[in-house]
Ligand binder design. Structure first.
Ligand SMILES: Cc1cc2nc3c(=O)[nH]c(=O)nc-3n(C[C@H](O)[C@H](O)[C@H](O)COP(=O)(O)OP(=O)(O)OC[C@H]3O[C@@H](n4cnc5c(N)ncnc54)[C@H](O)[C@@H]3O)c2cc1C
Length: 308
């Protein structure tokens, strides 16, 4: 057959060339980030990959720096709002087994950044190690929880972090001990690196008593979260000595909606994205609620959800 006249099917179409093609890492173009975020909305990442190990990740990270390509990591996607225009750089997800390990060495646990926080909490409780059981109802990964110092009124992850292994922009690894780490309410100084994993220093305790405490927290925590939908996000950080939920209710903002974004009626600190919701709906709703609380109550709420 004449090669020139042969029609090209979609499957045969040449793959787009990317700046990562020589690295031996599978990189996709135009990955829909809606698939990777709890809200289920947002545009595409220009480049996306799930490296198989630290060496592969290092090659991608270093290439991003060489070519000035912006880089972000997505964990469980429970705290990000991706704009409808997407992300114009590389998004990395640490889903490979090399990043999801949980290694119990009493009384410490080494956890990979890609491990689900709930799995780490369960492993600790099963081993009779206390100190993180109150985090059992928080969605997402260890990496996301370290960046935002996940927690609540019972304590936060940062209190138990012994050290954190990070990857620097040149692809090299660094272990940051406590003297180089800072954790505050829903904030840490781990915003300049790719987190690979951490060591948690825990206390020995009776596993049966701990299990009961964890189960209680699970029931109480989950009863306060939206049910029947996963397209939700937490809007604001709790201010010192109070809750964002109470302020939203007091300001009369609970019934506000923008497009197909609404406030979850049973817990006013969550935004729920309906099937026709766009990123701008969520963003505008969060800003509108924030302005309402400021005008009515004189309190400046800090957004919890991170807009990319
Ligand atoms: C129903 C619901 C309940 C929630 N309850 C709580 C709560 O009680 N307490 C609380 O603190 N939060 C809560 N949150 C918010 C959210 O779950 C936490 O912030 C969580 O820790 C985010 O983890 P993630 O893996 O989903 O992070 P993502 O949303 O994927 O990412 C969050 C940030 O972390 C960065 N990141 C993630 N992994 C890495 C990594 N390996 N290296 C570098 N950067 C990384 C991302 O780039 C992004 O900046 C809740 C959210 C929902 C939807």
């Amino acid at each position: 057959m004449n090669q020139r006249s042969r029609s090209t099917t979609a499957a045969e179409a040449p793959r787009a060339v990317t700046p990562f093609d020589d690295l031996g890492v599978a990189v996709s173009n135009h990955e829909p980030l809606a698939h990777h975020s709890w809200l289920g909305i947002g545009g595409d990442a220009a480049y996306f990959c799930e490296p198989v190990d630290v060496e592969a990740l290092g090659r991608v990270v270093a290439r991003c720096r060489e070519r000035a390509i912006p880089l972000r990591v997505i964990g469980g996607g429970s705290n990000v709002l991706v704009p409808s225009t997407g992300y114009p750089g590389m998004v990395v997800r640490l889903s490979a087994p090399a990043f999801c390990g949980i290694d119990v060495q009493r009384p410490t646990i080494h956890a990979g950044a890609g491990a689900k926080l709930v799995h780490v909490v369960s492993a600790a409780v099963q081993a009779g190690l206390s100190g993180i059981e109150m985090l059992v109802d928080i969605p997402g990964t260890v990496g996301g929880a370290l960046v935002g110092n996940a927690g609540g009124h019972g304590g936060d992850l940062g209190e138990r972090v012994g050290d954190v292994t990070v990857m620097l922009p040149d692809g090299s690894l660094d272990i940051r001990d406590r003297s180089r780490l800072a954790f505050e309410s829903r904030w840490s100084n781990l915003d300049d690196c790719v987190i690979i994993g951490c060591r948690l220093d825990l206390d020995e305790e009776d596993a049966a008593a701990l299990t009961k405490r964890m189960q209680k927290q699970w029931i109480v925590g989950r009863s306060a979260q939206p049910v029947g939908t996963r397209t939700v996000a937490m809007m604001f950080k709790d201010p010192l000595g109070g809750t964002a939920e109470a302020l939203v209710v007091q300001s009369g903002a609970r019934d506000l909606r923008v497009g197909d974004a609404a406030i979850y009626q049973a817990h006013a600190n969550y935004v729920v994205a309906g099937p026709h919701c766009g990123s701008d709906d969520v963003r505008t709703l969060v800003e509108t609620v924030r302005s309402r609380v400021r005008e009515k109550l004189g309190v400046e709420l800090t957004p919890q959800i991170e807009v990319w």
